[in-house]
Design a protein around this ligand. Sequence first.
Ligand code: ZN
Length: 761
Amino acid sequence: MSSKSLLESILSALSNEVRAEVLKLISMEGPLSFTTIMEKLDMNPKTDAGKFGYHLRMLNEAELIKSDESSGKYYLTLLGQDVANFIYGVEDAVRRKKGDMLVRTSSLTIEPFERKKIVDALMREASVPRKLAESISKEAEDRLKKLQVRYLTAALIREFINTILLEKGLEEYRHALTRLGQPVYDVTTTIKNTAFRDYPSPEKVHMLAGDAVLEEYTLLKVLPRTIADAHLCGAIHLNNANYWSLRPADIHHDLRPFLDGALPVDGTGLAMPTHSRPKSFTGALYTVNSLLRSTSAMVSNSQSIGFFNIFLAPFIKNMDDDAVESAIRDFLYDMNGCLMVSGNADIAINAELEVPSFLEDVKAVGPDGKSDKYSDYYDESLRLLRLFLDVMSEPDGSSKPLTRPTLFLKVRKRSLVTDKASACFESAYKLAERWGSVYFINQMLPWQHSNVFYNSDLSRIDSEWKDWESGTMRVGSLDNITLNLPRIAYDANGDDDRMMERLRELLELSREALSIKKQILEERMHIDRLLPLYREEYEGNNYFRLNDSPGIISYVGLPEAVKYHTGLDLSDSNDALKLATRIVDTMNGYTRQMLPSTRLLTSSITFEPSAQRLTQLDIASGYLKSKDAQIYTEHSNLPLTTAIPLRKRLNIEGLFHQKTKGGHLFDIRLAEPFPTYEVLSNNTKRIMETAAIGLFTFTRDYSYCARCRNVTYGLHAKCPKCGYDGNRIVLYTKTYGRIKPSKIWSTNEREFALNTQRFTL
Ligand SMILES: [Zn+2]
């Protein structure tokens, strides 16, 4: 044997297919024992052992394999690995010669091309009749073979089939076979750019990549093409398109089932630790935060806690102020920290300055299970609110403010005429003066009904629907469709009737989209079981009252639409105002027509800034001539960049607040020097008494320098204290109604932050 050269030994070792298979097997699976190799090659260990031993000896003598003395297993030498690779290459060449193809599949395996798989996919995914599927797959196979593609993937075959379907005019089938996903380039761009536009984290990149797929899924699969096209061409804007087919926009929680142990915070009790019944204020606050954390994955925008200080009042009964404050501080830090990490769901707290009459005799849930009523805890509820406001006013350990929750303060008649709530009011005005982080609800306006809640996304809900419980608790906005009003005006070309007709068409389209959303949520809750807490039974209903939850139809560009149609400015023409009122009345009238079966609400609030997209689409489609046309007005009925006196704005916006019961806000953006809290107090009372504004807030601009940990009022790119002007300066103001640091402003949020009108009181 030794007379034979090594090359000769290798060539003779390769002259048999069994030996080639052994090399390939060990190269794929690593060291293997004698019997395992026999089994894997379907040889019989009893009858074939002799013959097989001979094969192994040949490979061993050619120095391609060796056996490991301790384990007895055979492994490949370096030479053996080279030769195995050579065999793969020869096999590929043979396949190419024969015209066979290998396919890289989406499950990351390599398989020989099988025409039958195409037939199956065409029939399964697009219901193509068998005969047609057969002929398409044959054509695909022939053409792919001719092309001799080197790196054939399942995705590429799909593209190829799609092209054949298009060539044959079979567009409907092609539509059903669409593959969702992003170009490699886009994913790379997301990874490279996320840190520059948001709080960076790998999770954020993952979310953005997922968003792209699910948004396409919604537009291609979930919604009829008329609706998807209306969104894509910019007649409407579908808010939360990325999550449209998965979850509602927001929810208003009822804390009572969690405080009395009737429901675990995650619905099932399987995912999170839970107090069966919290025995202390700290325990109760822990329960609230657990609820918010587990539900943050189940909403797109925000969660709200209603009657916060009333439902928690029984838990502070025997505590002193210091202990209550300390518990609130921990609660707020925990809330702000956790939600920052987990992402996108904002928190609202709706607080009361008195116990509303409908709650007075309701049995209170407290730590000791005694059966007293909420009216017994009036004083505690005010004390809790005052301490909460005071803690919200404090900066954190590095001198910056807490930006969560969005705090809504409900002002009812009694709290204004008695002195009981005056300490709370004072704390609220001080908080408004310091950070602007309080929102005032005028609950005295008759159209606010007995109860109203606002959420962090500025949507609004009231008890006109059924009663205060079914109307406002355990419900949420399904989602929001925004109408591009200027587009309607361009299409109408000055014709009133055409304008109203087009408006009604889009309202009808929006209603259809929102009713589809409701059906989808029903399916996600009950069939797909993606929203466990929502489907949990409580008091004869699911926790989330889907049928009581409203769909929202909103608008952008009211003043621009009116200006185009009449040539007049909304701020100084009665005719313009008349048309604007008619537009919003038509929207409002349409939603009210759907009562009592369907709950729809009109809103002047978009959930995500959409005016920029819609303006740009109008420019791209030639509706707007100027490339640098101003972005349409959003979140307001009057243009925000034009100087209009505050009183006039209050009067005009007041006309619209009562017509936009799905959401509105009057944001009183104030210039420096900022008024004192006493001035804010006087103005708040005057606005409540003289204007029909449902919700308003005072906004103060401030800048934070993370280098010297200092806050300066006003927007300063350079720290006035230490002179630093790098990227650790963060500007704060409300953009589209919510406090947002400049780190996460989009381009049009930056425009909004810097260029909207500031008032002086
Ligand atoms: Zn500084």
